[in-house]
Design a protein around this ligand. Structure first.
Ligand code: NAP
Length: 250
């Protein structure tokens, strides 16, 4: 189904992991996709190559969204390229993996700059290009509401993001812009491979996942894609968990 034909999508963190799968899913649905990334040019080039081989339109834009100058350049590039934005997906994230008591204010500020303030700045800078039928989708984490070891910094940004998105949803729904969050369980990406507790988390996740399989980037992308369809128009302000049922367990 190419329901996004002639539509424009912007995906932050769109060249790697979950964001990459989202860029491909939206492009396969017909969208022209602008995939933003920070520094890993190789992944970006590989994605552009894969897309063009499949006849899909994915353009990558390099820029650290947490760095003022770099952010300005990325947004200027986007604003010049897109006269409108139909789908905005906030997937980029980074963070310091430490216990709360080991976090300095500097660590927290750095994590908030990319996972929270960049989201708000980009939303404000693109909102005038969005209108009835547009979608804003954020990727959050179970850490936004629960404890994951050494995840205090990212978890705090996800909790803040969830609060902000509730307000986005209620303010933008009257304009026909549907805002939602997608909350994946553990997905094997580079970000997760760097976690100190990976082995334990993996064992526990598989033990307590009723569907008996890990969630994949493509599973998450499929849900994001669904949220961009006509059928999802009335879904507003939700935080949709996609984890094979793991979150059912206490
Ligand atoms: N993986 C999981 O288990 C899981 C679970 C729940 C929620 N999530 C959420 O899902 C989203 C994607 O996670 P992932 O695991 O796919 O991450 P990932 O593989 O680490 O990819 C992160 C992406 O964000 C970009 N990025 C990072 N810092 C940036 C910055 N300062 N400016 C611009 N772009 C930046 C990266 O660009 P470069 O390639 O250039 O570094 C990359 O494209 C995140 O919001 C994460 O919190 C993940």
């Amino acid at each position: 189904m190419r329901h996004l034909e002639n539509k424009i999508a912007v995906v932050t963190g769109g060249t790697r992991g979950i964001g990459r799968a989202i860029s491909l899913a939206l492009a396969e649905s017909g969208a022209k996709v602008y995939a933003l990334y920070a520094r890993n040019r190789k992944n970006a080039e590989a994605l552009e190559e894969e897309a063009s081989g499949k006849g899909l339109e994915i353009m990558t834009i390099r820029g650290d969204l947490s760095h003022e100058e770099s952010y300005k350049q990325s947004v200027a590039h986007l604003q010049k390229s897109c006269d409108r934005v139909d789908v905005l997906v906030h997937s980029a994230a980074s963070g310091v993996h430490r216990k709360a008591m080991e976090l300095s204010v500097r660590h927290l500020r750095w994590t908030f700059d990319i996972n929270f303030f960049a989201i708000h700045k980009l939303t404000l800078d693109l909102i005038s290009r969005m209108g009835p039928g547009s979608r804003i989708i954020g990727i959050t984490s179970p850490g936004g509401t629960r404890v994951i070891p050494r995840y205090a910094a990212v978890a705090s940004t996800k909790g803040a993001m969830e609060a902000l998105f509730r307000h986005y949803a209620s303010e933008l729904a009257p304009e026909g812009i549907a805002v939602n969050l997608v909350c994946p369980g553990l997905v094997m990406t580079d970000a997760v491979k760097a976690l100190p507790e990976l082995e334990i988390m993996l064992d526990k996740t598989l033990e307590y996942t009723p569907s008996d399989k890990l969630t994949t980037p493509e599973d998450v992308a499929g849900l994001v894609r669904f949220l961009t369809t006509e059928a999802a128009t009335q879904i507003v302000g939700q935080n949709i968990i996609i984890d094979g049922g793991k979150g059912l367990f206490a």
